[in-house]
Design a binder for this molecule. Structure first.
Ligand code: SF4
Ligand code: SF4
Length: 194
């Protein structure tokens, strides 16, 4: 556990916080959870760096996939799940294509995002997308401008999806209700006044 200095000043506390990792900081269940959800052998990582070298997000941000795999192996749950960089992976799968250990770092990230969502740590756009899918069956629904454009192209105003066949929407809602996805999205957004 990090040493508490008790300066009595939250800003100073954060600036001078203990950055060493201690054995007690490690949650072994975290690695097990990540491997179970991601269905990948993260513990085989030997930190070669090929994943970060392949990553399109790395040159433009502080996001380092190799660091996240390391955090999984060391059980550093809080560091991984509270890091905003967790959401910068484009899921391009370049790291997975190239890892010499046959790990799927992309799926390590997807597992961590699942675990973060369970703690209500999730970017708002994901929640809005969940709401749209619930009501329309589409993450990006049709709109009147596109309907007019489709008409000009000789197409039906709505595509042959849940837009054209809304009777299938309750089936989608049943799936989302089972996982309480819409319920949680509504709650988190309401708590933030959105
Ligand atoms: S490419 Fe694979 S083995 Fe190399 S650091 Fe990334 S996850 Fe670990
Ligand atoms: S899948 Fe994610 S972590 Fe892997 S290379 Fe692509 S953006 Fe980077």
């Amino acid at each position: 556990m990090a040493t508490e200095k008790n300066y009595g000043n939250p800003q100073l506390e954060d600036k001078l916080r203990d950055r060493y990792f201690y054995t007690e900081d490690s949650h072994p269940d975290f690695l097990a959870d990540v491997e179970k959800i991601g269905r990948t052998i993260a513990h085989m990582c030997f930190q070669c760096g090929t994943c970060t070298g392949s990553c399109p997000s790395a040159p433009r941000s502080s996001y380092r996939i190799r660091l996240f795999v390391r955090r999984a192996v060391l059980g550093l749950e809080d560091e991984a799940l509270t890091d905003p960089d967790l959401w910068l992976c484009t899921t391009c799968y370049s790291c997975t294509d190239r890892c010499p250990r046959d790990i799927a770092p992309t799926d390590v990230i997807m597992a961590m995002r699942n675990l973060a969502f369970k703690r209500d740590i999730v970017p708002r756009n994901f929640l809005k997308t969940a709401q749209l899918i619930y009501t329309t069956g589409h993450g990006v629904p049709n709109n009147d401008v596109n309907r007019a454009a489709r008409e000009k192209l000789g197409l039906t105003r709505d595509p042959p999806t849940t837009h054209g066949y809304p009777e299938f929407i309750p089936g989608i809602q049943k799936i989302l209700d089972y996982y309480k996805l819409k319920e949680n999205a509504d709650r988190i957004l309401a708590e933030e006044g959105q």
